[in-house]
Design a protein around this ligand. Structure first.
Ligand code: PLP
Length: 433
């Protein structure tokens, strides 16, 4: 039996099933850049980047050095009681990194989920209102607040109710739902009417605290809201003094070819949550927001013992240096164009490829049957064959190939991944999967 299989078999006895979405039998032992190596010593090109949590690649030497140096100096003193030199620097840096020419403050967390919970708290406290509007297809995390905002999978909320009250879900302006011949403008207006429907019927706008949106949905299938729609929603929040919050946990930090996915729209949100890649995968998250909103809560309404831990803060400072020094945002945009060209060409050739969406090194590729309907079975076959060929790729919403490599992936590694993907598509076309 392989080491991978042995470790998994032993782990299965102890690890609760709920902890992992099942894919292939892989035990990762180590990683470098865009390559990870399993317990049996086999290499894989990583097209998942730990769910967009390692934009700087695995174990980037500068991040490792910063973590090591900080760990030798101080591993932890809770920022909940006293400042430490490293975390203090990060707070300042993050307020400058996020859009908006207004005074901002930061709060730290341990996960994207608790950052989104914090935004619920701030918005409710600041406005004195309780309703929150979120979107179908959204994934905001796994804590009670974040799960209540989410709308991506039934499994998330089954058996654990009641959830947080006063959350209203409206349809995400998923451009794959555009009608034939429908313009950007017409689609935006149609979906904005759907956004307004609750307000026009039962939801008084002056009782709504916050609209929270992923400007580009990650787990929802890498789908981007149209410009006009986003402007209309933003404008609506201005008219009704509703907090406009964006979740950048998945799509932030260069993933989409801009620093933040909201930068594609030229809008400065009131609150912004980040996590995952901010500390190159160490458990750190943050909310950056308008100073007056952040001042609406008093300690200890949102403190966690390890939130803003100095080791994670050192990792974050080094991560931000790497993103700047290696121009990873521009790299994401540039390599994303190559990836888009590759998948669009493949779509010409292979009838099972439907819509291709690519925003930076960040893509959703729909796999469809002869009727153009989602083909989950074919998608599963593709990702398993890719695994056999040494490529890690998983799916979103059943039939979407999720393409999110570390932004440091080399041109050779990218070319190799494309070669293996082509091999796999050929095999599916020939009925050999
Ligand atoms: N928000 C988005 C958009 C995410 O994609 C995720 C995780 O996938 C989260 C929040 C939750 O982050 P975490 O898993 O760190 O709690």
């Amino acid at each position: 039996m392989s080491k991978n299989k042995k470790i998994l078999a032993a782990e299965k006895k102890h690890l609760a099933d709920v902890s992992r979405v099942k894919y292939f039998d892989l035990v990762i032992d180590h990683g470098k850049g865009a390559i990870v190596t399993d317990a049996d010593g086999r290499d894989y090109i990583d097209l998942l980047a730990s769910a967009s949590a390692t934009n700087t690649g695995h174990s980037h030497p500068k991040v490792v050095a910063a973590i090591t140096a900080q760990a030798q100096k101080l591993i932890q003193y809770t920022p909940a009681y006293f400042a430490n030199t490293t975390t203090a620097q990060l707070a300042e840096r993050l307020t400058k990194l996020t859009p908006g020419d207004f005074e901002k403050q930061v709060v730290f967390g341990n996960s994207g989920s608790d950052a989104n919970d914090a935004m619920i708290k701030f918005a409710r406290a600041y406005t004195g209102r309780s309703y929150i509007v979120s979107f179908t297809g959204a994934y905001h995390g796994s804590t009670y607040g974040a799960i209540s905002l989410s709308g991506v999978s039934l499994n998330m909320t089954r058996k654990i109710g009641p959830l947080l009250p006063d959350i209203v879900k409206v349809p995400y302006p998923d451009q794959t739902q555009r009608l034939a011949g429908e313009s950007d403008e017409a689609f935006s207006l149609r979906l904005f009417a759907a956004f307004k429907l609750p307000f026009d019927t039962y939801l008084p706008a002056d009782e709504v605290a916050m609209v929270i949106i992923e400007p580009i949905q990650g787990d929802g299938g890498i789908v981007k809201a149209p410009q006009k729609y986003m402007e209309l929603v933003y404008e609506f929040t201005r008219q009704h003094h509703i907090v406009f919050a964006v979740d950048e946990v998945n799509q932030g930090l260069g993933r989409t070819g801009k620093m933040w996915s909201i930068d594609h729209f030229g809008i400065a949100p009131d609150l912004l949550s980040m996590g995952k890649s901010i500390a190159s995968g160490l458990p750190l998250s943050a909310v950056v927001g308008r100073r007056d909103m952040m001042a609406s809560l008093a300690a200890p309404a949102n403190v966690y013992t390890t939130a803003g831990n100095p080791v994670t803060a050192a990792a974050a400072l080094a991560t931000l240096d790497v993103i700047a020094d290696e121009a990873l945002v521009a790299r994401s945009a540039e390599l994303g164009q190559r990836a888009q060209a590759f998948f669009e060409q493949a779509a010409q050739k292979y009838p099972f490829i439907g819509d291709v969406r690519m925003y930076g090194l960040n893509g959703g590729i729909d796999i469809v049957d002869a009727q153009g309907q989602p083909d989950v079975d074919a998608t599963t076959k593709i990702i398993y064959r890719l695994f056999e060929l040494g490529v890690i790729m998983i799916s979103l919403r059943g039939n979407v190939l999720r393409f999110q490599p570390p932004l440091v992936i080399t041109l050779d590694q990218l070319a190799m991944a494309f070669e293996k993907i082509t091999q796999t598509f050929e095999a599916l076309l020939a009925g050999n999967l």
